[in-house]
Design a protein around this ligand. Sequence first.
Ligand code: AR6
Length: 171
Amino acid sequence: MNKIVVIQGDITQMKVDAIVNAANRSLLGGGGVDGAIHRAAGPQLLDECKTLGGCEMGKAKITKGYNLPAKYVIHTVGPVWYGGDNGEEELLASCYQSCFTLVKDYSIKSVAFPAISTGVYRFPLKKATQIAIHETLKFLEIYKELKRVIFVCFLREVFEVYQRELAKRKL
Ligand code: AR6
C-alpha cells in the first residue's frame, strides 16, 4: 500500500521510469495531459508515435521519453464517458491493465499515472479514481518488482478525491 503515492503536480516533471499518457486513438497528440507530454518530450516523440499505427481504446503502447525526465511514455486510450452503459468502466480498467502489462514487460520499477479519461473524456472522477486504485492494488499484489506508483493530479479537486479514495482502502 505504501508503494502508492498521490501528489498534485505536472506529470511531465516526474523522474520515474515511465509516465502514462491519456492519449486518443491516433496517438498523434492532443490537448490536456497529452499536449503537455508532447511539448515537454519534444518532436521526436511524435515521430515515434507516427510509426505505431494508433492504439485501440482500452489498450496501451510504449515509446521512449526523449526530453522528459522519464525513460518511457506509456500511451493509453481511455473511454469517452457516454453514461456508463457502453462498457466505459471495463474499458478504463483495461487501460490500467494494459499499462501494467507494459510495466512488467519493460521491467519498469516506478510509474506515474494521470487521471485517465477524467478530463475531456468526462469520466466521473470518483468512479475513475476507484478503478485506478483497484487495478493498481491488484497488480502490486502479483508483481512485487514494481516499487512505486504515483498518481499525479493536476487539479486540486482531483488530488482530494484520490486522497480520499486511497484513505478508504487503507482503513
Ligand atoms: N499532468 C498531470 N495531469 C494533467 C496534466 C499534466 N501536465 N494536464 C492535464 N492533466 P485529459 P482525457 C489532467 O483531458 O480525459 C487529449 O486531447 C487533467 O486535469 O488530458 O483522458 C487526448 O489527445 C485531467 O485530470 O485526458 C485525448 O483526445 C486528466 O489529466 C483526450 O484529451 C485527464 O484529462 C483524452 O481525454
